[in-house]
Write a protein that binds this ligand. Structure first.
Ligand SMILES: NC(=O)c1ccc[n+]([C@@H]2O[C@H](COP(=O)([O-])OP(=O)(O)OC[C@H]3O[C@@H](n4cnc5c(N)ncnc54)[C@H](OP(=O)(O)O)[C@@H]3O)[C@@H](O)[C@H]2O)c1
Length: 337
């Protein structure tokens, strides 16, 4: 049943003002939390483990939680209108479920589940990368508990993936080496961390509901139980390399280039994962995105214009990525996952 603002109880305010976020100090969560705060339209509450040492963005309210004590999660979520989950992929698998079950008990209507990956409509790619069925189960659980979801479909994070070592976009900035999949010309969809933050803030800053059946404007409810699709760049590794050379003032002669067959690299990574070696996961995941005959490019679905997202500079974003290298190297366990 479509919901309209005109049918809501007296006192209803047609806006998402109270947002809870898990991972507000994390890779993507910090960008989302900051972008939400910048709008001046949201109170942002960070759910953070009670013994966490994670630094949280200034301006968020902090709600310490203990994932082994559901009451603490329910208490933290009471009164919130929207729960955003950006949780480390290294967190125990059942943590997501603990959060959404607590959200249902707290009466939260909407959840943005973990994921922040490719097109949820591309079932084959989701199965090949092992991520699709997990994300689907998370969405089904949210629905089964009577809540609605909005999933972010942003492709790989451009700056993070550029900085994240050989197993991601193939760059090792310390060694000045680059592994190129196939001929390096396959283009994939990517989004910068800041574009993801902006996009989420844009969606949550819309009216929650249309006024009535004649109101066709974009609202939060437009996106419910759907993906929100957007991009920064549709680029190949060769495009990235040209940008890296411009930004670093280097030439081909400064780099050691290796070519690898993307399908072989995918199979090698998958074999490692099957043996319990999670170092193979990123290798498998990224190589699969660059398959020349089925690349991870869903730019036809991108809603940049609808959301009013800005165009960004590739070289500026490459610079942001290179500046991230050292920071990510400090996160040894997280980046190995
Ligand atoms: N598109 C891409 O290129 C891309 C790349 C990487 C990741 N992702 C996806 O994005 C999502 C978020 O990743 P991220 O890198 O932003 O996460 P992250 O920074 O590694 O972690 C986010 C937060 O998770 C919490 N956390 C860490 N370990 C935990 C544990 N053992 N149990 C419970 N909570 C724990 C921490 O919050 P507190 O300390 O405050 O509790 C942390 O700040 C994941 O779904 C991941 O798969 C996408």
């Amino acid at each position: 049943m479509p919901k309209y603002a005109k049918n809501q109880p007296v006192g209803f305010k047609n806006a998402i003002e109270r947002v809870a976020i898990v991972g507000a100090g994390g890779t993507i969560g910090s960008h989302i939390a900051n972008a939400l705060l910048e709008t001046g339209k949201h109170n942002v509450t960070a759910l953070s483990r009670k013994d966490s040492g994670t630094k949280l963005p200034e301006g968020v309210l902090v709600a310490p939680v203990d994932y082994d004590d559901e009451a603490t999660i329910v208490a933290a979520l009471k009164g919130q209108q929207f729960l955003i989950i950006t949780m480390a992929p290294t967190a125990p698998r059942d943590t997501h479920s603990k959060l959404v079950r607590a959200a249902a008990k707290a009466g939260i209507p909407y959840v943005m589940p973990n994921g922040y990956a490719g097109d949820i409509g591309n079932i084959k790619l989701g199965e090949d990368t092992l991520l699709g069925p997990v994300a689907k189960a998370d969405r089904v659980e949210i629905e089964t508990l009577g809540m609605l979801w909005i999933t972010v479909c942003c492709g790989f994070w451009y700056d993070y993936s550029l900085a994240g070592g050989d197993a991601r976009f193939g760059f090792d900035f310390d060694k000045r080496s680059l592994t190129i999949y196939d001929d390096g010309n396959t283009k994939i969809l990517t989004s910068t961390l800041s574009q993801v933050g902006r996009a989420v803030a844009k969606v949550l800053s819309l009216d929650e509901l249309p006024e009535d059946e004649n109101d066709k404007s974009l609202t939060v409810s437009t996106f419910l139980n759907k993906g929100v699709y957007f991009k920064s760049f549709v680029v190949s590794q060769n495009d990235m390399f040209e940008s890296v050379k411009r930004v670093t003032g280097t030439t081909d002669a400064d780099w050691t280039i290796t070519h690898e067959d993307s399908k072989k690299r995918y199979e090698d990574g998958l074999a490692q994962v099957k043996l319990g070696n999670m170092a193979g996961f990123s290798k498998m995941l990224y190589a699969r995105a660059f398959y020349p005959d089925d690349p991870n490019d869903f730019s036809a679905k991108a809603q940049n214009e609808l959301l009013g997202l800005p165009d960004e500079s590739l070289d500026e974003s490459t610079k942001v990525g290179i500046d991230l290298v050292k920071e990510l190297q400090l996160r040894v366990e997280r980046m190995a996952a």
